[in-house]
Design a protein around this ligand. Structure first.
Ligand code: GLP
Length: 233
């Protein structure tokens, strides 16, 4: 794992975009993308560049169960707003929050991942060390599945909703097993809130109690953090 400490999220976003451009120059065709506040500056850097993504495919990590794509809280909506409406991709995949049959949807999404092997996966991290919506206890070999969100994640995500009761309780999430098949991974984290998760991920034991710790001994992983997120290292 390579760790880069930057002054702020803008610098980190630019750095992450450099890594994406490098991967694209080396033939990458599929980007694994993430939502949340963490990758926003990276998407800004992508949008403000003259790079053409129209031959690229994206596969997103997760989506809230029950959320329509045109709901502003959905991850599909987030991706359209922050990236795809401004920089068209060839194909963009996000789990379908409105799927009627959860088993069929997870099967479909696993096939999407199998058909579009991820060259470079971008990740944020939850305060409890989750990646995607793989909460503590998630098996390291899991594929896409429907998962319940922990109270800590519901609390953290409540800021995007009018009321905590509106935060969905379930999500479809790419599993850790699928994430780990990516050729390269960038994980970003900013702010003091993430400092414990970052310390645990880098210095703690590799354990399903802290899902991101699975990345610890991997050479193909780059961690980009600001000083606050790195403050407990
Ligand atoms: C959410 C998402 C994750 C994201 C994390 C951190 O629950 N499912 O993919 O990395 O929490 O969010 P943020 O970047 O807003 O801190």
């Amino acid at each position: 794992m390579h760790v880069i400490v930057t002054n702020n999220d803008t610098e980190a976003g630019k750095k992450a975009f450099e890594i994406i451009k490098d991967a694209m120059a080396n033939g990458a065709k599929v980007l694994g993308l993430a939502t949340g506040s963490t990758p926003v500056k990276m998407y800004e850097a992508m949008v403000n560049s003259d790079v053409d993504f129209s031959q690229m495919t994206s596969v997103n990590l997760d989506e809230y169960v029950g959320m329509a794509p045109d709901n502003p809280q959905s991850y599909r909506y987030f991706m359209q707003e922050h990236l795809f409406n401004k920089k068209p991709f060839k194909n963009t995949y996000v789990p379908n929050g409105l799927a009627e049959d959860a088993d069929a949807e997870t099967k479909r999404y696993n096939q999407v991942i199998a058909d579009n092997p991820i060259d470079l996966q971008v990740l944020g991290i939850g305060r409890n060390g989750h990646i995607g919506f793989n909460e503590p206890g998630s098996p390291f070999d899991a594929q896409t599945r429907k998962v319940p969100l922990t109270q800590s994640t519901i609390d953290a995500n409540a800021r995007f909703f009018k009321d905590e009761n509106e935060v969905p309780r379930y999500a479809y999430s790419m599993g850790i097993g699928s994430i780990m098949k990516s050729k390269k991974i960038i994980l970003m984290a900013f702010g003091e809130d993430k400092a414990d998760a970052i310390k645990g991920m880098i210095e703690g034991p590799v354990t399903t109690d802290l899902p991101a710790s699975v990345l610890q001994d991997k050479d193909n992983v780059t961690v980009i953090v600001d000083k606050a997120a790195a403050s407990k290292l």
